[in-house]
Design a protein around this ligand. Structure first.
Ligand code: NDP
Ligand code: 2IT
Length: 444
């Protein structure tokens, strides 16, 4: 490999029109290049070239009938990126912005993230440009049934195990599972995030948010700090944001913001447990807009704005990619922010990351900080295989131990002098295990 620059030129030429995929690959390549130069066996086996090419890409038509009886057509995808460590594992995203490049970036990230979890999982991602917002439950069901009518032939509990992501929560997982079971006549752990009474794991709904807070606590410990009394800005108001907030509040921190794609609410006094329950009801049951909380909580609402200009000690981006720009990162630093824990996948632009790192902020990248979700999916798979269910305390303890282990890997590979570069640590730590497994398994 001549250089990171040459390599990226080839990636861009070969994968045109996929800026998010280029961004994710560039970040990893920049981190691991010095490591690869010291370990020529990886270069000789063209490991990076192989890791940036999905093992398989599946794209398919998803026709369905809306409530008016009109035919609608969406596009479905599953990217089976890398199976060196185990069956493909990763979520499904239903959002109008979904395209091949976005899912390739997510699948690529997933490979490193899953490797960091210490569990035997390969990486994949899928989804559709279907927008569940504004659709009836029946429309969502018909869409999910049509989506699974093609996907079922490509997945299985030992092959590829999808889960949720943006726009795919317990309702969608239920419809998808029902159709899979009907087509295969098998009740297996083919999806994670299942309902608790039919094979799901306790703590899976909470796991990404809780894990992100556990990771933050480990980062803070390295500087003798804790969450107690810390003001936290959270973006998003979906699964990840909700349970990040719950754990922050439990640990004595103060949550001052939530957002959705229309704007954010700012409650300077802090959102309490009762108000958080209102957010969960609004988002998970009524499927309303975060704006509605401003009236209920008597707090401020900012239309079409993201929450990074408010005064906070810690930022937890939990909505979507590239939601913290260079200017947002500068605003966070200016307002005294000491740490960023990424619940979302690649929520910070490369320029934003540089601002945070130059300011010596604790910056925990998504592939490490939000790995608790997929890790607990791995624990759901283990319980399904055992045909047993573990208690809440047992799963939570395993999740916490995994987040501590991920932090240790980041320190091992990312510490230089007194500074821990969590980006390098996560990228190199995630890479080594996958790369070594690929070497062991020959040219596949
Ligand atoms: P949800 O669908 O539950 O919630 C998504 C939240 O983000 C909503 O508040 C949504 O607002 C907001 N959002 C989505 N797209 C945009 C956008 N383009 N601009 C502004 N806000 C947006 O998804 P999750 O909470 O599951 O996922 C959030 C992030 O966390 C994603 O990046 C996902 O990849 C990542 N993640 C999720 C894991 C999981 O287990 N669920 C695990 C690890 C990472 P609105 O309602 O207006 O769309
Ligand atoms: O980005 C992610 O890690 C997820 N959406 C969770 C994937 C999973 O398989 O639980």
């Amino acid at each position: 490999m001549a250089s990171a620059k040459k390599f990226m030129e080839r990636i861009i030429a070969k994968n045109p029109g996929e800026p998010e995929f280029h961004q994710a690959v560039k970040e990893v390549i920049t981190s691991i290049m010095p490591f690869i130069e010291k370990n020529p066996k990886y270069e000789k086996a063209k490991i990076i070239e192989r890791m940036t090419e999905p093992e398989r890409v599946i794209m398919f038509r998803v026709p369905w009938l809306d409530d008016k009886g009109e035919v609608r057509v969406n596009r479905g995808f599953r990217i089976e990126m890398n199976s060196a460590l185990g069956p493909y594992k990763g979520g499904l995203r239903f959002h109008p912005t979904v395209n091949l490049g976005i899912l390739k970036f997510l699948a690529f990230e997933q490979v490193f993230k899953n490797s960091l979890t210490t569990l035997p999982m390969g990486g994949g991602k899928g989804g559709s440009d279907f927008d569940p917002k504004g659709k009836s439950d029946n429309e969502v069901m018909r869409f999910c049934q049509s989506f699974m009518s093609e996907l079922f032939r490509h997945i299985g509990p030992d092959t590829d195990i999808p889960a949720g992501d943006i726009g795919v929560g317990d309702r969608e997982i239920g419809f998808l599972f029902g159709q899979y079971k009907r087509l295969r006549n098998e009740f297996t752990g083919v999806l994670t995030g299942k309902g608790l009474n039919w094979g799901g794991s306790l703590i899976r709904p909470e796991a990404t948010g809780y894990g992100c807070v556990y990771f933050m606590q480990e980062m803070l410990k390295t500087r003798g700090e804790s969450l107690k009394g810390r003001v936290c800005a959270i973006s998003g108001s979906g699964n990840v944001a909700q349970y990040t907030a719950e754990k922050v509040i439990q640990q004595g921190g103060k949550v001052v913001t939530f957002s959705d794609s229309n704007g954010f609410i700012y409650d300077e006094d802090g959102i309490d447990g009762k108000e958080l329950a209102c957010v969960l009801e609004l988002k998970n049951v009524k499927r309303g807009r975060i704006k509605e909380c401003a009236k209920m909580f008597d707090c401020k609402y900012y239309e079409n704005k993201r929450p990074w200009n408010v005064k906070c000690d810690i930022a937890f981006p939990g909505a979507t990619q590239n939601e913290i720009t260079e200017d947002d990162a500068k605003a966070l630093v200016k307002n005294g922010c000491i740490a960023v824990g990424e619940g979302a996948n690649i929520p910070t632009t490369p320029e934003g990351i540089k601002v945070s790192q130059d300011a010596n902020i604790l910056y925990g990248p998504g592939k490490a900080a939000n790995a608790g979700g997929v890790a607990t999916s791995g624990l759901e798979m283990s319980q399904n295989s055992l045909r047993l269910s573990w208690s809440r305390e047992e799963v939570d303890k395993k999740l916490r131990d995994i987040m501590i282990a991920i932090h240790e890997q980041c320190v091992k590979y990312g510490k230089k002098g007194n500074y821990i570069n969590y980006v390098n640590g996560a990228n190199i730590g995630g890479f080594v295990k996958v790369a070594d497994a690929m070497l062991d398994q020959g040219l596949v």
